[in-house]
Design a protein around this ligand. Structure first.
Ligand code: UDP
Length: 466
């Protein structure tokens, strides 16, 4: 992009989406130094503290602004978190228009890049005559699912989970209906309706910037490019963490004392929770496995994404089985609610990651070459687990019984298989190769950097710039 350009970027009130899009913006301005970016965040109640920390170290050509908050009390109290987030974003659209209009009164704005869950903003972009793109913070397989949903909706007559054949998205591993995100399953729900409308709106975008890389998702990338030649795989865009995190020293100090590759790190993302029964079973499974572990513990909840919008003030430690901390103190560290994930995954002592398969966590595990135990909870995490275990085969899935519970013996077994088994060794060698491919993709001549330049060229062409 030769001439100075200004882009507005819209996210949603969820930490992992905000963190991903901010990291992407940093990469964008690093490679297009004529670019100025304004990030706009719809907000529920108040800006997220973790995001505020993240924004402390931005380059001078990225500015951020928070839209007037939507009160959590004005959102349907019993609606699932994604619905609450979606409604808050919809209610923020008048403020977004206002923010864009005041930006346009002082500067010339060329394009808008939106999170897929804020894609009403594509309609706003049309009003202001802006180019519009989607920054897709998850896999190209999920993008493919979203683009195909309007067709699937017509073609599949029954509930997706009862569909006998696997769903075959072009270039992707086959997906069983039960592995689709949970909001696909009740087709008469508000959540499904919002999702379907959001997927239909994707056709308004001029292009898609996807947080993935060619070597990870070659098949779906190729198939998507047949569908639209404006898909750019620009990842892995991951968080490198903040060195001011007070928990960093505690975790790193503890990891320093462990043997290389000996620690299983367990985390369910920025808001994932287990039920009390599952939390206890996991604790007993860890004890049985005999392996070292570093567990980010959150207060249990039967709704797995309950802590996504509002966390609990309870002490998570009191939900552990009696005597667990004493029995495991020689080989385990439990930290509450939050840990410096990038530093932990990057540490030589970490040899496995039991993850809820949020896309950022999956990419971070790949970037640091850490084999995974895949334990998806909600959203598109089951889809990510399918890609990780059946597509690129860098993780193993634990067994869940007919009640959806992973039992202690099965947990101990899968931990053993990933940490030291023969299968674990094969996984380790596959993820090592993927780690190298991820680093290569981000080099100056790597596939993701080239895709970022192609995006810039295409935008300049649209704008009629030389
Ligand atoms: N994260 C972290 N510490 C934690 C939990 C999460 O640093 O204790 C970061 C993690 O590194 C990742 C993001 O929060 O970048 C979680 O994103 P992901 O897509 O994996 O899951 P989500 O939070 O959307 O469920």
């Amino acid at each position: 992009m030769a001439k100075r350009s200004h882009i507005a970027v819209i996210s949603i009130p969820a930490f992992s989406h905000q963190a991903s899009i901010v990291e992407f913006c940093k990469r964008l301005v690093e490679h297009h130094d004529h670019l100025h970016v304004t990030c706009i965040f719809p907000t529920i109640d108040a800006p997220l503290p973790a995001t505020l920390t993240l924004l402390q170290s931005l380059p001078p050509n990225i500015h951020c602004t928070f839209l007037p908050p939507i009160s959590k009390q004005d959102l349907p109290q019993h609606a699932p978190s994604p619905v609450q987030i979606q409604l808050a974003v919809s209610q923020s659209m008048p403020s977004l228009r206002h923010a864009l209009s005041s930006l346009l009164s002082t500067t010339s704005l060329d394009a808008l890049i939106s999170d897929p869950f804020a894609n009403e903003s594509l309609e706003v972009a049309k009003v202001f005559n802006l180019l519009s793109y989607i920054y897709f913070p998850t896999s190209s397989m999920t993008l493919s699912l979203f683009l195909h949903l309007p067709t699937l909706h017509q073609q599949v007559p029954c509930a997706y989970r009862d569909h006998k054949e696997a769903i075959q998205l072009p270039g992707c591993v086959p997906i069983q209906g039960r592995d689709l995100p949970e909001h696909f399953h009740n087709r008469s729900s508000l959540a499904y309706d919002l999702l379907l409308r959001r997927c239909e709106r994707l056709s308004l975008a001029q292009g898609f910037l996807v947080n993935s890389f060619s070597e990870l998702e070659q098949g779906s990338e190729r198939a998507l490019q047949e569908y639209t030649n404006r898909v750019y795989l620009v990842g892995p865009v991951i968080q490198t963490g903040s060195s001011s995190d007070p928990k960093e020293s505690e975790c790193v100090r503890w990891l320093e004392k462990q043997r290389p590759n000996s620690v299983l790190y367990l985390s369910f993302g920025s808001g994932g929770t287990l039920s009390q029964q599952q939390l206890s079973e996991l604790a007993f499974g860890l004890e049985l496995s005999g392996h070292n572990f570093l567990w980010v513990l959150r207060v249990p909840n039967d709704t797995p994404d309950a802590a996504y919008v509002v966390g609990s003030n309870d002490d998570p430690l009191r939900f552990l089985p009696d005597g667990f901390l004493e029995r495991t103190q020689a080989r385990g560290l439990v930290v509450t609610s939050w840990a410096p994930q990038a530093q932990i995954l990057g540490h030589a002592s970490t040899g496995g990651f039991l993850t809820h398969c949020g896309w950022n966590s999956a990419l971070e595990s790949i970037v640091f070459g850490v084999p995974m135990v895949t334990w998806p909870l909600f959203a598109e995490q089951r889809l990510n687990a399918v890609l990780l275990t059946e597509g690129v085969r860098v993780g193993l899935r634990p067994k869940f019984n007919e009640n959806g519970l992973a039992e202690r013996e099965d947990i101990a077994q899968v931990v053993q298989d990933v940490m030291v088994g023969e299968e674990g060794n094969e996984i380790r060698s596959r993820i090592e190769k993927l780690k190298v491919a991820a680093a290569d993709a981000l080099k100056e001549d790597g596939s993701s950097t080239r895709a970022l330049y192609q995006f810039g060229t295409q935008m300049a062409n649209f704008l009629g710039q030389p």
